[in-house]
Design a protein around this ligand. Structure first.
Ligand code: DQA
Length: 145
């Protein structure tokens, strides 16, 4: 099984950006944690981070036909991007949305998620462990089929 882990804008700043909200783990720490988890689960994992909406759309399209699941934290594009919603719908790859912080308990604009409508699950407010939970959800789902 091959899982693509996508991160949107400012997630490359993990560990530096608002540590009170997003914690002190860096983006590199996150990738290492996900890679280690993937190994224990026997799945392969690809990573992509961009601050650009179109680059994220391109990467989702590139996953078509070669990827079994997507874990995506779209960052602020969660709350604005119909293009990301459409990209996930277009490729039809099971996708789980992740948010490190509890977006439901922050500013009201963070409660809106466009991409959620195309996702098989959402893991919200579990810190970076949410990425691992999202992977497990995709793996379990693939075993059900
Ligand atoms: C985030 C929440 C978003 O509102 C924010 O814009 C982010 C990160 C999270 O992981 O909690 O960049 O997706």
């Amino acid at each position: 099984m091959k899982i693509l882990v996508l991160n949107g804008p400012n997630l490359n700043m993990l560990g530096i950006r608002e540590p009170g909200i997003y914690g002190s783990e860096t983006y590199r720490d996150l990738l290492e944690k996900i890679a280690a988890h993937a190994q224990t689960r026997g799945v392969s994992v690809d990573f992509f981070q961009s601050n650009h909406e179109g680059a994220l759309v391109d990467r989702i399209q590139e996953a078509y036909g070669n990827t079994d699941g997507i874990v995506i934290n779209p960052g602020a594009y969660t709350h604005t991007s119909i293009a990301l919603l459409d990209a996930v719908k277009a490729v039809g790859i099971p996708t789980v949305e992740v948010h490190i912080s509890n977006v439901a308990r922050r500013e009201p604009f963070r409660s809106v998620s466009y991409i959620r409508a195309a996702c098989v699950g959402s893991i919200i407010g579990h810190g970076t462990d949410g990425y691992l939970e999202a992977m497990d959800l995709l793996i379990e789902r693939s075993h059900e089929k």
